[in-house]
Design a protein around this ligand. Sequence first.
Ligand code: ADP
Ligand code: ADP
Ligand code: MG
Length: 489
Amino acid sequence: MKKVLIANRGEIALRIMRSVKEMGIRSVAVYSDADRGAPFVQAADEAWHLPGNSSAETYLQQDLIIEIARKSGADAIHPGYGFLSENAQFAEKVEKSGLIFIGPSSQAMRQMGSKLGAKEAARKFQVPLVPGTEGAINDLEEARQIALSIGFPVLIKASAGGGGKGMRIVHEASELESALERASSEARSAFGDGSVFIEKYIGSPKHIEIQILGDQHGNLVYLFERECSVQRRYQKVVEEAPSPVVSEAMRQAMGDAAVRVAQSCGYYNAGTVEFIVDEQRNFYFLEINTRLQVEHPVTEMITGLDLVKEQIKIARGERLGFTQADLRRNGHALELRVYAEDPANNFLPDIGTLLEYKRPEGPWVRVDDGYEEGMEIPIFYDPMIAKLIVWGANRDQAIERMKKAIDQYTIKGVATTLLFGKFVLSHPEFVNGTFDTHFLSKYFKPEYLADRLSEEELRIAARVLQHHIGEQQKQNIQRYQSQDSWKRR
Ligand code: ADP
Ligand code: ADP
Ligand code: MG
């Protein structure tokens, strides 16, 4: 493998390039109009333009991206996360074009890409599943019977769903029919597949996932767990490894179950097996994400492994360089997703220009980002600015380091989740580790962001200043022009 095309943007494109470079492999970037001049474009050995801005016009252009890979002489494509990363059709096209897809086989992706397909495969390998319907719902009466037998509330989920979308809680039998109809038609328009199923709604769950790695020779290992229970809109905001509530026995049981999920579909490369954990610490398989995960750095920090390098070695057909027994955990890592979102306004995206942007620095701090000061956050894609990651010898130390790093992080021009992150890390429920996925709705009130007012004031001040500088420049130009005309006179 001499040249890799990275079919993605922003922080993850840059992060993949770093490992590619370290391995002595050349990198090819692709970029949309809005991403022209982005750090990931500059960092690549070569960059090819994808005309347009929307994802559909650019980063989802399967054939165009494969054509660029061929023209540029790349021999592999890394899809990152999001965009085409879980698209089995794309993986298959890449395979058929003679290029290497850095990920699992398209066959495994197809099977596991649907939540129902994944559950069906896992069931045969004795992996615990959330009680619910076994297949897509076709028959209302049957669905009602199952819902009644597992007990309300139940959760309707779209088999093709992802990114926290396509889920609906149903509290009583009378709501079931209309909820199923709406969920199915939403799923059809959002994911092109109207299949929905029912799961028991776990009232106070934790989201805990297992990172797995497998080579193409049948060797599989698990790289321990990540705790991702701090969520908004069923999406993660703070992640950590290890989980504060997982015992050694539970870790091993979950790890073994995750490896069985992988075996059930002949999985290789990196993947994440997601579980939901109830109050009694029973764990149930949710789905497998057949790609590099946003929060993979916390696993890298505690294992010392570079997951992107491992992905590339696996894609080249190499054997894993270690067995389960060789793997050790060291210390504790935390990640905060820094979004251009306003926590005081329901976490709505707040797009704008990074008028000031200063990263925290120092040992044990890692910032994976894709922007520089003065850049604009485009409205076309995910509004994540950065991932702030810290390591500590233990959880308390990691928490303290994260709080300091947040203090040192300066972002002006857009609202961010930084202060919200500080709120989470300071909350006693987070500190004692027993929080569930409802942490935010239970404990967070926008008023708690005490510094918010001054942040907001600074933001306005920065905008005023920018306007002022602009006005001054205009005046200078006018002055210059009038001087000029005076001279000419
Ligand atoms: P992770 O567990 O890695 O955090 P997410 O579910 O947050 O995974 O998805 C990772 C990225 O992919 C995010 O940028 C998210 O917005 C995007 N994504 C995943 N699935 C979908 C989907 N079905 N529709 C839109 N965006 C998605
Ligand atoms: P997605 O593909 O959108 O990531 P998941 O099945 O992984 O879908 O679920 C996303 C989140 O939704 C979980 O992390 C959890 O917070 C919540 N969730 C999923 N299934 C259940 C369930 N059966 N009961 C309660 N919460 C659930
Ligand atoms: Mg998920």
